[in-house]
Design a protein around this ligand. Structure first.
Ligand code: F6P
Length: 547
């Protein structure tokens, strides 16, 4: 059997999967369910409190066998151990990848460069908890002596998407006396709208940036300081109204935040894997340290499951392999994430960065172009809103869109029949997507002939369903870790570096060149291409026009 040293598409298992695809891709889920009346139970897995039904996928036991073989021959076991063992698997940045250390219980050991990092992690968690308790209890006061009622997190990408997603997801558990907002966009509107009704004397800004150099965040942070000082008038106020979360103490000091008010993390935490580091401070302020620790326990439970469960009973591995099946053999370009819980409104946006920044890569670990598809496009909206917007295309369009449906058996807000109706819709969608409706069935409903073809549902559209009991902090931790590890498994099989993001650099450099051209502070004629130069010229002409 050829292994990870053989290029992916030349491996025996890859070729066997190609052949298998040719033989099976026309198989309909209707037939697969008819042939195995217990398929719904056979192709399901429960682990760490999450139930995954993957029966409504276009696969057989043979498909799974081959996919699992692919995982084995990709060196996945060794890669998992390498990640958990603190090896520098982020080879282009020469960094370990240890978000799993952020949720490791006290007393355990994960060694990076000869040092156990777990005590440091818990020291920061304790410092966060102490601070959160002081703010929440009113002991920490603003410059004028008023308690803090508003928390504004300023950050972008991984320093925003995780905290804002988790804050929304866990709002039910949050202190409703605190107003918590998130500013990320460099568009001044974001800052202005987030602060227009806030009293600076009662507002705490958390400047969250791993590097503390990100243009958007630093620009918003400077505007926040100005906004604060406009009301409070004294530079001394900064110490009471600004804290920083960063790995860069030097830049934090330069900005004027005392490092006693800084919460650190480490270069072995990638931005998009960082919300359970100190980057989650805004979340901890909202939900309190106890709930935060419950969330970490959820992450850790999934980490342990991922590390120890056999691949055929391993939730992240199965999700990854199923995704890869559609991505690389069916040519599916996207994956829809469809949570049937209003609190998970930002979950797919969060997964967009997690997955697309990690696996949107065109070269392999050795720097050679890949000859296969890597990361999919991730998108989605919470149910049932999406049903009245884009589900038409999923049901009857020409594209294959594998979907993950996520639902909870108990509502946090059980009023009337809402939850049964919500869940009925979730189940109905997966059923309709899988089984569709034939022309005969449509005709039997008495539909006029001219409409029949328009009302046919081909079905055979694949879905996973993930069910949990309730949306708790612990469950959220499990769900996020599930997708983190799914992304890791796929990246491992594709032999790419899921932990760098060089693709965001070029735009930043060009923006840096264009700023002085827009501001007229450069003498040289615009140095861009003719399209960009014309746009710049036009912008400059119109920007200051009075009418
Ligand atoms: O967009 C690139 C990126 O580096 C992300 O990976 C990161 O999450 C984001 O910018 C923010 O970076 P920082 O936390 O350093 O401000």
């Amino acid at each position: 059997m050829s292994t990870s040293s053989t290029p992916l598409t030349e491996r025996t298992t890859w070729k066997a999967l190609e052949e298998h695809y040719q033989k099976t891709h026309e198989l309909h889920l209707r037939r697969l369910f008819a042939e195995d009346p217990q398929r719904g139970e056979h192709f399901a897995l429960e682990a760490v409190g999450l139930y995954l039904d993957y029966s409504k996928n276009r696969l057989t036991t043979e498909t799974l066998k081959l996919l699992l073989e692919l995982a084995e021959t990709s060196g996945l076991r060794e890669r998992i151990e390498a990640m958990f063992g603190g090896e520098k698997i982020n080879v282009t940045e020469k960094r370990a990848v240890l978000h799993v250390a952020l949720r490791t219980p006290k007393g355990t050991s994960i060694v990076v460069e000869g040092e156990n990092v777990v005590p440091e992690v818990h020291a920061v968690l304790d410092k966060m908890a102490d601070f959160a308790n002081r703010v929440r209890s009113g002991e920490w006061r603003g410059y004028t002596g008023k308690p803090i009622r508003n928390v504004v997190n300023i950050g972008i990408g991984g320093s925003d998407l995780g905290p804002v997603m988790a804050y929304e997801a866990l709002k039910y558990y949050s202190d409703r006396n605190l107003t918590v907002r998130f500013v990320s966009n460099i568009d001044g509107t974001d800052f202005v709208e987030a602060t227009h009704d806030l009293d600076a004397a009662e507002t705490l800004f958390i400047i969250s940036s791993k590097t503390f150099t990100t243009l958007e965040t630093m620009t918003n942070a400077r505007s926040a300081r100005q906004w604060c000082l406009q009301t409070l008038g004294d530079d001394q106020a900064v110490a009471k109204h600004f804290v920083a979360v960063s790995t860069n103490a030097q830049e934090v000091t330069k900005f004027g935040i005392d490092t006693t008010n800084m919460f650190g993390f480490w270069d072995w935490v990638g931005g998009r894997y960082s919300y359970d580091s100190a980057i989650g401070l805004s979340l901890m302020l909202a939900i309190g340290p106890d709930h935060y620790h419950e969330m970490l326990a959820g992450f850790h439970a999934m980490d342990e499951h991922f590390r120890t469960a056999p691949f055929e009973r391993n939730l992240p591995v199965l999700l990854a392999l199923i995704g890869l099946w559609y991505n690389n053999f069916y040519g599916a370009e996207t994956v829809a994430i469809l949570p049937y819980d209003h609190y998970l409104g930002k979950f797919s946006a969060y997964l967009q960065q997690l997955d697309m920044e990690s696996n949107g890569k065109h070269v392999n670990l050795e720097g050679n172009p890949v000859n296969y598809q890597t990361g999919p496009i991730i998108w989605g909206q919470p149910g049932t809103n999406g049903q009245h917007a884009f589900y038409q295309l999923i049901h009857q369009g020409t594209k294959l869109i594998p979907c993950d449906f996520i639902g909870f058996c108990q509502s946090l807000n059980p009023i009337g029949v809402h939850h049964d109706l919500l869940m009925a819709n979730l189940f109905a969608q997966t059923e309709a997507l899988a089984f569709g409706k034939t022309a005969e069935e449509v005709k039997a409903d008495g539909v006029p002939d001219f409409q029949i073809q328009h009302r046919v549902f081909e079905g055979n559209r694949p879905t996973n369903t993930i069910l949990a009991t309730r949306l708790t902090p612990e469950t959220l931790g499990k769900l996020v870790a599930l997708y983190e590890h799914k992304v890791f498994v796929q990246g491992t099989i594709w032999n790419i570096n899921s932990f760098d993001q060089w693709g965001v650099e070029l735009g930043k450099v060009l923006a840096g060149q264009i700023v002085p051209e827009l501001q007229g502070t450069t003498d040289s004629k615009f140095a861009q291409d003719s399209s960009t130069n014309t746009l710049i010229e036009r912008y400059r002409q119109i920007r200051n026009a009075t009418s």
